[in-house]
Design a protein around this ligand. Structure first.
Ligand code: EPZ
Length: 420
């Protein structure tokens, strides 16, 4: 059933938003359980369609799980019943590529559909494959599938990633935990979700050094054990609600958010004149009448997160002047811009840079969501626009935001989901 969101803008948001567990940690963490036959219990898991998708993929591979849908999931994979990750699952969610490393480590064979591109870019996986080949994996590409095998198991290797790919780092990291010998990963991604994944793998008995740096050393072990693990707060969700406070000139307390996970982003909000205060339980964001334009350029962590670029662009459409937004991670992550123009924004695009001339106010209209973060940037714009905004194709939104309209309504937003 197609659904839409109807937003009547103009109300400053005030109150507390409980930030959910991080989608981009929950996905690799659940996949990491393939590495052992023991039981692992997760808490603070977000209730998202992407989480349900990875659970059904893991179940098809042999995992058994209980999900109370209130954040607690207990999962184990006594044996690998299948090593095939089918196209119809992988094409819907690229993160499925993460099963490649753990399947090879545990089962020495894996057949994973090539993810194919998605709205925001080609999103190749060749860096994942080249790294696994160095670890003794034979890889063939047949009929759109990655046919991978390691008859003698995996061997430690020196791997230098051409780019700090997030899931590429995670795939190799998980594979290396059970490889024979030492693996050195250079130019590794340093996102907080990767440090948290290292915490999980270490609790499971993996031997890993270099957490939080771009050089990770893994000494392979024979097997891993079960554990309990809490999923960290979702920094991208937190950043999204920070923009909600700023764009509606309201004041929100983001419960569970941590400044250190979003430093450059929150520093930028402070430079644009917003109040940002952290305490031990979260972060308070207070908007103000006039927003100073601040230009940004996305980059790998600790740079400005690409996953907050669309949301930040929405804020700059009503800033008091001109700013530039440069997207360096994905080649097609400006699809929210034509939709923002429909709301009265004044933006021009040249290559990977958008120039945003702030306007006094946006005006509500019907707009189309194209990908996860673009969809939420349109909701944010609708919260500030005069009149009513309708956002279509909400399935994009439900991949990464738990109970979005409930959380916004609790802070005073006039927002309603409806069936089309
Ligand atoms: C992860 O995607 C996140 N997904 C993305 O979040 C996030 O935008 C991205 O990292 C960048 O931070 C998950 O963690 C599940 P990359 P990933 O490999 O790992 C190119 C969201 O909104 N590349 O770091 O797929 C790639 O095409 C999602 O929650 C290759 O060309 O991103 C991209 O242009 C969207 N070949 C760039 O590198 C490769 O082998 C960064 O990709 C690998 C990557």
């Amino acid at each position: 059933m197609m659904q839409g969101m109807r937003i009547v803008g103009g109300t400053p948001l005030n109150g507390t938003v409980k930030i959910s567990g991080a989608k981009n940690l929950a996905l690799p963490a659940l996949v990491a359980t393939l590495l052992t036959d023991a039981k692992i219990t997760f808490s603070n898991v977000p209730n998202l369609s992407d989480v349900n998708c990875i659970l059904s993929l893991l179940e098809s591979l042999g995992s058994k799980y209980e999900n109370d849908t209130k954040g607690t999931i207990t999962i184990s994979t006594p044996t690998i019943l299948s090593h095939i990750a089918p196209y119809d699952i992988v094409r819907k969610m690229r993160a499925s590529i993460l099963v490649l490393g753990p399947l090879l480590a545990r089962n020495h064979a894996a057949k994973v559909s090539l993810p194919g591109g998605c709205a925001i870019g080609a999103r190749g996986v060749e860096m994942h494959l080249e790294a696994l080949k160095l670890m003794g994996v034979d890889i063939a590409l047949n009929d759109g599938y990655i046919d991978a095998s390691a008859k003698k198991g995996l061997f430690g290797a020196n791997i230098k990633l051409p780019f700090p790919t997030v899931t590429g780092t995670e795939n190799v990291l998980m594979a290396a935990t059970l490889a024979k010998g030492k693996t050195r990963i250079q130019n590794a991604a340093k996102e907080p979700e990767i440090s948290a994944l290292i915490d999980l793998l270490t609790l499971m008995g993996a031997k890993i050094e270099g957490k939080g740096t771009s050089e990770i050393i893994v000494n392979g072990v024979d097997s891993l054990r079960g554990t309990c693990f809490e999923i960290m707060s979702d920094r991208i969700e937190a950043g999204t609600y920070a923009i909600a406070a700023a764009i509606t000139k309201g004041k929100l307390f983001l419960e569970g958010a941590r400044y250190c996970d979003l430093k450059i982003f929150l520093d930028t909000l402070q430079n644009s004149g917003l109040t940002v205060l952290e305490n031990e339980n979260g972060i308070t964001i207070a908007g103000r009448d006039s927003i100073k334009p601040c230009s940004i350029s996305t980059g790998p962590y600790p740079g400005f997160p690409t996953d907050l670029q669309a949301q930040y662009t929405s804020l700059m459409t009503v800033a008091n002047g001109t700013s530039t937004i440069t997207e360096n991670i994905f080649e097609n992550r400006f699809m929210h811009i034509p939709e923002l123009l429909r709301l009265g924004a004044n933006i021009s695009i040249h290559g990977n840079t958008a120039t945003v001339n702030g306007v006094k106010s946006l005006k509500g209209a019907q707009v189309m969501a194209t990908d996860l973060r673009a969809s939420v940037s349109l909701v944010l714009a609708g919260l500030a626009a005069q009149g009513t905004t309708i956002v279509n194709r909400l399935y994009h939104l439900d991949r990464g935001y738990e109970a979005l309209e409930t959380k916004l309504k609790l802070c005073g937003a006039n927002i309603e989901r409806f069936n089309i």
